[in-house]
Design a binder for this molecule. Structure first.
Ligand SMILES: Nc1c(N[C@@H]2O[C@H](COP(=O)(O)O)[C@@H](O)[C@H]2O)[nH]c(=O)[nH]c1=O
Length: 161
């Protein structure tokens, strides 16, 4: 089975979108959405990162992050997947309700269903890299493994893969 998502308002999988309003603490700051965190990291270490963090909504954060009149950090292409992994993990760690939605997808494939993004999503042809979907699936596996560790720590038998 494959789960497709895109719009943040879709039920039940809109919470997989980086535009969903599920904030979290990371790097000693509060981030209103994963999109705010992701876009701000393009300018990490500069004042503009904080401008992006304080954007009124994720769409504005994305606009600010995509504004190429501001220089991107030089290592962006190398670090962007890790930035996205950290954002997605922090988001799902912070919210039990959406963590349950993610864990409830079992082993289904998760795909960001966008025509326009061939890297984070499936892209126009469907052959896109789907990095956001892949990161969600990896996060799901990490959260599942973490739950097993917690079970063990409380002396209960943990499920093992
Ligand atoms: N969901 C969603 C988008 N997609 C998001 O855009 C981000 C990639 O940005 P960039 O690497 O700057 O092109 C990433 O979080 C991807 O999931 N873009 C939008 O304009 N609207 C939207 O509703």
């Amino acid at each position: 089975m494959t789960i497709y998502f895109y719009g943040a308002d879709e039920v039940p999988y809109g919470c997989f979108s980086n535009f969903s309003t599920h904030g979290f603490d990371l790097d000693e700051c509060w981030w209103p959405t994963a999109e705010h965190y992701f876009q701000a990291q393009k300018f990490a270490g500069t004042r503009h990162a904080d401008v992006v963090r304080r954007a009124p909504d994720p769409l504005r954060a994305a606009e600010l992050g995509r504004d190429r009149s501001r220089p991107l950090r030089r290592d962006w292409v190398r670090v962007r997947d890790d930035v996205m992994r950290r954002a997605v993990l922090a988001k799902f760690r912070a919210h039990a309700d959406i963590r349950a939605v993610l864990l409830g997808t079992g082993d289904a494939a998760i795909v960001e269903d966008t025509d326009t993004d061939h890297y984070w999503g499936r892209g126009r042809t469907g052959a896109g890299k789907n990095m956001l979907g892949r990161i969600l699936m990896r996060t799901r596996a990490q959260l599942r493994a973490g739950a097993e560790v917690d079970d063990d720590a409380r002396g209960r038998p943990g499920r093992r893969a």
